[in-house]
Design a protein around this ligand. Structure first.
Ligand SMILES: [Zn+2]
Ligand SMILES: [Zn+2]
Length: 406
């Protein structure tokens, strides 16, 4: 029964260093014989009656964290270690600190709890790392985390009575193992390593070097972007794809996205092949209004100079240029004769001046200067009343690289 006027919990306990804040409240719920963690949260503020508000506590509103510390009867500092303080903003995405790494708020998913049955069997408390959407496995036990009860198939709720037992009375420690092997472990190992959580140094993982130069936030941006492309959704919405489906599905999505960056650039090229087929199916035979590259790659192309416009993703743009050069994907729409001319040209592919600007991150002034100086090959085509300028992509890429080599 809820004791409204009770200021302090009868039974308290110290939080573990790697425990989730809400998970800690759940453990205290169990120890005090309460029905749900909401009872303790309501003692902090009636606002927390709404479960959605309860998640906000882990982002560290000082007043509420202080109050919770008083309710539990421990020092505030011990609780503050379990929060994800806000550190920054990046392109409209709030970033929060986890183990010294800035991660996007949308990857902290307390509302969709996951557990490792073996970890719970060893010590019955919820690990903070399970709250991160991109952690889909337990590295220690090399198994998938579970987010649904294997007995009643219901999604595990955060607002439950016990840490390790379902409302159907099933002990999750008895869940059948869903083992994962290399290469599925690689990405998680690397993330653990970045966060200083790798127990065994021999386990340290190296990713493809350009990927390894990225911050965790940028690595997630690239992975979520590719994952969104696989699922046919735009970069603007791809960050929300974790809310679709269960952990095991998201695990597959994430591993598939990471594979694109392995065996560089071969897997990436294969991904681009598939992406073109996908785009062709989506748009049929209707010509796109924009450049041929939009027509061929759709939202992948717009993302490449949109959400991935930072110079840290130049390696993706560079390999994309290599791909379209190899496949000779240029603009062939301007008229019948030029189509032949461009295709048969020993140079090229020729792409629109606006595409050169996007792909190389240069401005029109720079391109015009190269054209006027006679340094690049170009073609002029008329489209209605418009004059379109196509530039030899290989030629101008070489000039750009000579100017500032990678
Ligand atoms: Zn485990
Ligand atoms: Zn159950």
């Amino acid at each position: 029964m809820l004791q409204n006027n009770m200021e302090r919990l009868l039974v308290s306990s110290e939080p573990k260093a790697d425990e989730s804040l809400i998970g800690y409240v759940l453990r205290l719920t169990e120890r005090n014989g309460y029905e749900t963690p909401l009872w303790i949260l309501e003692m902090v503020s009636p606002n927390y009656k709404d479960p959605h508000r309860a998640y906000a506590l882990a982002f560290g509103p000082q007043e509420d964290v202080d109050k919770l510390a008083r309710v539990i009867g421990i020092g505030r500092a011990k609780l503050a270690c379990l929060t994800y303080p806000r550190v920054n903003h990046s392109d409209g995405v709030a970033l929060h600190s986890y183990q010294g790494q800035a991660i996007p708020q949308h990857t902290i998913r307390q509302g969709y709890p996951k557990i490792c049955p073996d970890c719970l069997s060893e010590a019955s408390y919820c690990r903070r790392i399970w709250e991160l959407s991109f952690i889909t496995i337990c590295l220690k036990h090399e198994r998938l985390l579970i987010d649904e009860c294997p007995s009643c198939n219901k999604r595990i709720s955060l607002f439950r009575k016990h840490v390790g037992t379902c409302s159907c009375q099933f002990h999750w420690r008895d869940s059948p193992a869903l083992p994962v092997k290399e290469p599925e472990l690689r990405l998680a190992k690397y993330v653990y390593q970045l966060c200083g959580l790798l127990a065994d140094e021999n386990d340290s993982q190296e990713l493809f070097p350009a990927l390894q130069k990225l911050t965790l936030n940028d690595l997630l941006l690239a992975l979520f972007f590719i994952a969104g492309q696989h699922r046919g959704i735009s970069s603007a919405t791809s960050k929300h794809l974790v809310s679709i489906g269960r952990n095991k599905d998201f695990h597959g999505t994430l591993i598939k996205a990471h594979t694109v960056f392995e065996n560089w650039p071969n897997n990436y090229f294969r991904f681009l092949d598939e992406r073109r087929i996908q785009e062709r199916k989506a748009t049929g035979n209707y010509p796109r209004m924009k450049s041929a590259l939009y027509g061929e790659f759709g939202s992948f192309y717009s993302g490449l100079h949109g959400v991935l416009s930072g110079s840290q993703f130049d390696f993706m743009r560079g390999a994309f240029i290599d791909y379209i050069t190899q496949k000779r994907i240029g603009d062939r729409r301007s008229s019948l004769r030029p189509q032949k001319l461009i295709r048969d040209s020993p140079d090229g592919p020729y792409v629109l001046k606006s595409d050169v600007r996007r792909l190389l991150g240069v401005d029109y002034g720079w391109i015009n200067h190269r054209i006027r100086a006679g340094e690049v090959k170009f073609l002029v085509r008329n489209k209605g009343k418009k004059r379109l300028i196509f530039v030899d992509l290989i030629n101008i890429t070489k000039l750009k690289l000579a100017q500032n080599p990678c």
